[in-house]
Design a protein around this ligand. Structure first.
Ligand code: J2J
Length: 536
């Protein structure tokens, strides 16, 4: 089985020749940072902190432990950790032995995790001790019962009956580490998905580190930069745009928060002299709302990044006057391409566009439904390829045929238009997904859950506009003849199937039938229009 299509050889050679891919691995990165920045704090979390040197030492010891337990290069390992120092120790330990972290989100539950474990034949699952009020070790046990490949569950922190990561650390001196190449896969990132469960995205050391270096250039990340991570750092945006890894690459300091409430975030900005923070639009609205009524000193904050979903121009315009910092819009995707507004762009570009590709090697084109390339300024689907955009998902050959063109472009499913200067304006979406304030929901995934309910004949999950989140999800259900479908009951049915809670539909509607397209598929556009009429 072809596990993951990659760049054609001539493209790979070209990127190497141009110095885009430098042959650098995450292991090189940490080793060099440990030498260059030594006792400087790399990550701070609450009262705990870790220096670059300590991180390198701890990661090596844990890598040694993983090795002793039989983890090998290319093994897949689910990593489901909250924003914590352990997250870094774990991923750098896995990089050291060449095992691939799969970046599950803390909000993922049994349904997502069983799928990830089964599909990737994960050998180990590393999770949190459940201090934050959710019993992660128990979830891991439930998952293991359905995933025969899972040989190990390891817990960060202490929980009886589970081996802890601390216990696993072994002497790492004179260890023979496997040979890790920059062209090797470093990890599997998760896609928001539009069909079924999340697809896995194979990212190499070369391509990801390129995206991080480029992001650092654009965001001017330096040794004195302090990055506030209040979004879950397993997500591609806070991980790499430039995120926590970019900050470490620059030798800066990462400050981890457990959430984005102004109480926590503003206090950290003031205490830690944060210079850059990243948010999704609804959280930016909360900050804009809260700031005028508080007395925090936010003067250190130079850049507020907003991305993951469309940020309205009205809100964008308020960032500088209210928070006193530069706004940067970020339009990215875990598959690769990331667009930024530049720090020195004219105000109108920063407020009205979602930025432009970060690399001169990014190729973008806007096409109509037949794939014909459109003129500048016309609205169509964005397709892209480049040195850090994947050529295919992991173990998804059928889906890859639909999502990647013959000439290797990724069909983003985003409907955009290009401004005169090449900046991208996101106008909508062709993919069957709901973007709930940056959290992505694949309609089909939830429809499949709904169809498993005995009273449901047909189901369609669609986006409905929402002032705060941008979009919310609505499940429209055609009940079986004679069956009584009850919202409360269907909701608890979904909850019992155990999925990330943001995927549970916000609203339920019932219909006798769905409008159809010419070929007999549910016409979601017409359905959205019907619902919109119903509520205006
Ligand atoms: C409109 N839609 C946006 C924006 C993402 C940086 C930033 C974000 C992500 C991310 C990321 C948007 N305006 N500013 O990985 O490195 C929607 C698009 C896109 C999808 C990707 C990064 N920013 N989007 O959000 O993989 O629909 O990555 O295709 O989660 O989010 O989602 P995801």
């Amino acid at each position: 089985m072809e596990e993951h299509p990659t760049w054609p050889q001539e493209m790979a050679e070209y990127y190497r020749k141009k110095g885009v891919w430098r042959g650098e691995t995450f292991n090189d990165m940490l080793r060099e940072r440990a030498m260059m920045f030594a006792e400087k704090i790399a990550v701070k979390c609450g009262t705990q902190s870790i220096s670059y040197r300590q991180l390198d030492t701890k990661a090596k010891k844990l890598a040694s432990g993983f090795h002793t337990e039989g983890l090998q290069k290319g093994d897949r390992v689910i990593v489901q950790l909250p924003n914590s120092i352990d997250f870094f120790i774990v991923i750098f330990a896995l990089f050291r032995i060449g095992a691939w972290p799969i970046f599950a989100l803390p909000s993922h539950r049994r349904s997502e995790l069983v799928y990830l474990c089964q599909h990737a034949e994960a050998k180990a699952y590393i999770t949190a001790n459940g201090q934050n009020g959710f019993d992660y070790p128990n979830l891991a046990k439930e998952v293991q019962a359905q995933a025969s490949s899972l040989q190990h569950i390891w817990v960060a922190g202490i929980v009886e009956a589970f081996p802890s990561l601390d216990e696993m650390e072994k002497n790492a001196e004179n260890q023979n580490w496997p040979d890790i190449q920059a062209s090797d896969i470093a990890f599997l990132q998760l896609s928001g998905g539009s069909t079924g469960l999340p697809k896995m995205i194979p990212r190499t050391h070369d391509d990801y580190l390129y995206s991080i270096r480029k992001s650092n250039d654009i965001c001017k990340l330096r040794e004195y930069s302090v990055y506030l991570a209040s979004l879950p750092i397993a997500h591609n945006y806070p991980l790499s745009s430039p995120g926590v890894l970019g900050t470490m690459y620059a030798g800066g300091r990462v400050v981890l928060a457990q959430g984005s409430s102004p109480d926590e975030a503003f206090t950290l900005i003031e205490q830690e002299q944060v210079t850059i923070a990243a948010l999704v639009p609804p959280l930016a609205l909360v900050w804009l709302e809260a700031a005028p009524a508080r007395n925090d000193d936010l003067a250190s904050l130079e850049i507020l990044q907003v991305g993951g979903a469309k940020f309205s121009a009205e809100a964008a315009r308020r960032v500088r006057p209210v928070l006193g910092c530069q706004l940067q819009q970020v339009f990215g995707m875990a598959e690769g391409l990331v667009n930024y507004t530049r720090l020195d762009d004219p105000e109108e570009t920063i407020v009205h566009t979602q930025g432009r590709p970060m690399s001169p090697y990014d190729e973008v084109r806007v096409v109509d439904e037949d794939g014909t390339i459109m003129k500048r300024g016309e609205v169509g689907e964005l397709q892209t390829r480049g040195p850090y955009t994947i050529r295919g998902y992991y173990r998804a050959s059928e889906h890859n045929h639909r999502t990647f063109t013959d000439d290797g472009f990724y069909c983003t499913g985003d409907i955009v238009r290009l401004a005169k200067d090449g900046s991208i304006i996101v106008e909508g979406r062709a993919k069957d997904q709901i973007n709930r304030g940056g959290e992505k929901i694949a309609a089909e995934e939830i429809e499949n859950h709904l169809l498993a309910h005995p009273a449901v004949h047909d189901a369609a999950v669609i986006a409905i506009p929402d002032e705060f989140l941008g979009e919310r999800s609505c499940a429209v259900i055609v009940p079986k003849k004679g069956a009584l479908a009850n919202t409360r009951e269907i909701k608890s049915f979904l909850q019992a199937r155990s999925m990330a809670s943001y995927k549970i539909p916000d609203r339920f509607e019932y219909k006798e039938s769905f409008p159809q397209t010419g070929v007999g598929k549910t016409n979601k556009q017409a359905l959205r229009a019907q619902l919109a009429n119903q509520y205006t």
